[in-house]
Write a protein that binds this ligand. Sequence first.
Ligand code: EPZ
Length: 416
Amino acid sequence: MGKFIIDGGHKISGEIDVQGAKNAVLPILAATVLADGASEIHNCPSLRDVDKTDQVLEGLGCTVSRGDHTVTVDAGGIKCCRICEELMREMRSSIVFLGAIIARCKEAVVSMPGGCPIGLRPIDLHLKALRALGIDISEEHGYIKCRADRIKGADIHLDFPSVGATENIMLAAVTADGVTTIQNAAREPEIIDLGLFLRAMGADIRGIGTSVITIKGADKLHGAAYTIMPDRIVAATYLAAAAATGGSITLKKANPRDMGAMLHVLREMGADIRCVGDTITLTSPERLKSVHTIKTMPYPGFPTDIQSPFMALAALADGTSVFVENIFENRFQHVDELTRMGADIKVTDRSAVVRGVKQLSGANVVARELRGGAALIIAALAANGTTTINGTEFIDRGYENIESYLSACGAVIRRE
Ligand code: EPZ
């Protein structure tokens, strides 16, 4: 396990260009499979999950070339419709390839993605929707086998506005026969980014960003060039790093319009935040104030992915904050580790009661998943003394060169 060693107590201040969004680039790379030509994706973050997605594309027979924050994918030579078990287990979000592979190859075989540290991560909504599109799906021996000579447009109502299920339906429906509507679709900004890329490829897709998406099947799609949106979760993580250490930070290449719920909470905690175009400037208060209750919800509600980094903030705030995690059933694994650093947090079912303390102390802690690992970094930056965070592999899945960005803003952090 790789380690980050952090000497806490240094203000995080300076300027950071926000990386491209992991949760936009992954479905967009899957969408490149739909074209029989090349697509060029810009502002692509350098992340382990992107590397793994490139491996999936190459395994399907696509040609993938990487430049500086650019990935070019030529799906003209696609000849395989399988994603191996090892890759599916390493990156369960590859399930979003299902719709794209079936639409292009008329069949697909992927292993069940299985759960992950934050929850069981079922895919029942994905499979129910794909079956509604006329796709024959069998689940046997841990594999999902799909077949469809023609995908037929359908009216689909999602029981929950699942991001991945919405993406899978979009990818399967853009070249289907007829019209598909998705009711109760996810409204996340990453869905809009995928929709805009599909339009650039020639898709007829309306209502992206709303709860009702309408897709009129196109005969075929062509490759396109596209620039990925800024990563709103990474942006909020860096704002939190500054706020936790009494620093002031300016983020460039951000999109504050995607971050309303998160900026609202930071302002409630006493941070001064100014947004001008794609720039966000945060100035910390003397001491953060607690927030009465934070409930994670589908967009535009408070994002589950920033719950743990913001809990690290609340651990230092003046007063008591309550976090309710409504999206995933096991997303409080960072609590034990924050407690080792002196945080006062009590978890009951899906709620965590956080009583702010004046100071955290450095300790040896373990990251068990991506965003919980980010929470530990924030706590370590503010803590008194040195913290060792084991599990850089998790953090590298979503944060590009995090130690370089933080060092440039005053952190004393090294990777081992
Ligand atoms: C995406 O996961 C993101 N991942 C997650 O980010 C994010 O937390 C999540 O959306 C919610 O915003 C990517 O985009 C790669 P869901 P996804 O389907 O698509 C249940 C990160 O840290 N559900 O909206 O898996 C599910 O169990 C990651 O960057 C079903 O019950 O999220 C969960 O409780 C973590 N059946 C809820 O819906 C299904 O078929 C939300 O899941 C699908 C989902």
